[in-house]
Design a binder for this molecule. Structure first.
Ligand code: S3P
Length: 456
């Protein structure tokens, strides 16, 4: 491990465009693989997680050809789809790396196949809970075996340790039944797994979300002409229908990657950044609403012409800002779930106390992000407390409008690592991060994009 040193900057100016959105990318190749004919996918992000999904599909017999475009970390793919029932049994066990989206979405697809597949995960994903997805898939009829252990995460000290399921998993697909399922956890990965399984089910599957989560799967399925209806928190999808390829998909820039630069632009003394062609799906842009409430100097310009895949898109212009504290409520959390670490950095630079409510899901990401961010930011001088009452966890950050340099850790988590690079750039002295190689999970080009801005 080579420690990475971040030196503070006071000026930043430039324009960037980013590789395609990771969440949309996973869905684009999975759904193309289940559709007859070929689908061309542009601006596909070349990061570890998306490559894991690509690899899994190839192992299931799908042909995917890849052509790199001038941008090093984006590619144009052509997926030759197999139709719903054309996947092949894998010749050996499938490794999904540390990509939770790959594992949970693929489980949904495998639930409807007529073969068994065994799925192994990397060290961080092996610690993440799977019952939330295995439970509904079993209700639909799939046979799943998983490693059972007492739950590793205990948000509430009073809570009894429950049995939980973890990878590795073995899944045997069956003739699935449609279900009506009220989801206990707000999770787009779980919702997507059920929606994909529902394509194989007899009858109509109805899903009810506790809070709306990112809706890329619903949008992508509609793009492929699936019979799917959304009514507030309820989604109804018909089983056994053939999908029709839109032939071409252009993935808009990743809003989670953009968010790191949006916060950076607000907290650096003299900054002006333009981020082009970002996905502005309202189920993902919670961070922009919160930052606007915090009086961030952000202008969002929506575009019409590129929204062809049913996802809104636009440019974000951000300038140095004097941030004010805000309260983020539990129902807002899913729309910014991956942006909470970077929002915690923003809160350190705000005037007053910022509160994030209902944040327990952060404990089951690539690492426990409440812990990783609190440990690191406290080392840099931040004033943070975590409280829990009536089962609701809260983070309270008293803005101090500065951070000190410190020796900190990424905890092997890409979002913690990028957030702490941003904190380091805005700190008063250099910061040393133990290892930033984990950033390649979602945004391998991050440090290059940053360096180009700094040398502009
Ligand atoms: C994702 C959903 C979210 C998010 C993850 C990607 C997706 O996870 O944190 O990075 O692509 O559906 P959960 O569904 O577990 O909240």
């Amino acid at each position: 491990m080579i420690p990475f040193v971040v030196n503070p900057v006071s000026r930043l100016k430039g324009e960037i465009s980013l590789s395609g959105d990771k969440a949309i990318a996973h869905r684009s190749i999975i759904i193309s693989a289940l559709t007859p004919g070929s689908t061309r996918i542009e601006n596909f992000p070349i990061n570890k997680d998306c490559l894991a999904t690509l690899e899994v599909l190839c192992r299931l017999g799908v042909k995917i050809s890849k052509r790199n475009i001038p941008k090093r970390f984006s590619a144009t793919l052509t997926v030759t789809g197999k139709g719903l029932f054309g996947l092949k049994p894998p010749s050996r066990n499938i490794f999904v790396g540390d990509s939770g989206t790959t594992l949970r979405l693929i489980l949904g697809v495998l639930a409807g196949q007529n073969f068994t597949a065994k799925l192994f995960a990397g060290s961080s994903l092996t610690r993440r809970p799977m019952l939330r997805v295995t439970n509904p898939l079993r209700l639909m009829g799939a046979k799943i075996k998983a490693k059972v252990k007492p739950s590793a995460t205990l948000a509430l000290k009073t809570q009894k340790k429950k049995a939980e399921e973890y990878p590795p998993l073995a899944i045997t697909g069956e003739n699935l039944n449609a279900i009506t399922y009220r989801m206990p956890v707000a999770s787009a990965q779980v919702k997507s797994a059920i929606l994909l399984a529902a394509l194989y089910a007899k009858g109509k599957t109805t899903l009810i979300e506790p809070v709306r989560t990112r809706d890329h799967t619903e949008r992508m399925l509609k793009l492929f002409k699936a019979d799917l209806k959304v009514l507030k928190n309820k989604i109804v999808v018909k089983g056994n229908q053939e999908l029709i390829s839109p032939k071409r998909i252009l993935i808009p820039g990743d809003i989670s990657s953009a968010s790191v630069f949006v916060v950076l632009g607000t907290i650096i003394l003299e900054a002006q950044l333009l981020i082009r062609d970002v996905c502005l799906n309202p189920s993902r842009t919670g961070i922009l609403g919160v930052l606007k409430r915090m009086k961030a100097n952000i202008k969002v310009k929506s575009k019409k012409e590129k929204g062809k895949i049913g996802e809104p898109i636009g440019d974000i212009l951000v300038k140095s800002s004097k941030l004010k504290a805000t309260r983020v409520t539990a129902s807002e959390i899913p729309s910014m779930i991956d942006e909470l670490p970077i929002l915690m950095v923003a809160a350190c630079f705000a005037d007053g106390e910022t509160v994030f409510e209902g944040i327990s899901e952060l404990r089951v990401k690539e690492t426990d992000r409440i812990r990783s961010m609190c440990v690191n930011l406290r080392k840099m001088g931040a004033k943070i407390i975590v409280t829990c009452s009536h089962g609701v966890e809260r983070i309270r950050i008293q803005g101090i409008k500065k951070l000190n340099g410190a020796k900190i850790k990424s905890f092997g988590d890409h979002r913690t690592a990028m957030s702490m690079v941003v904190a380091g750039l805005a700190a008063s002295k250099p910061t040393q991060i133990d290892d930033v190689s984990c950033i390649s999970k979602s945004f391998p080009d991050f440090l290059n994009v940053l360096n180009n801005l700094m040398s502009a």
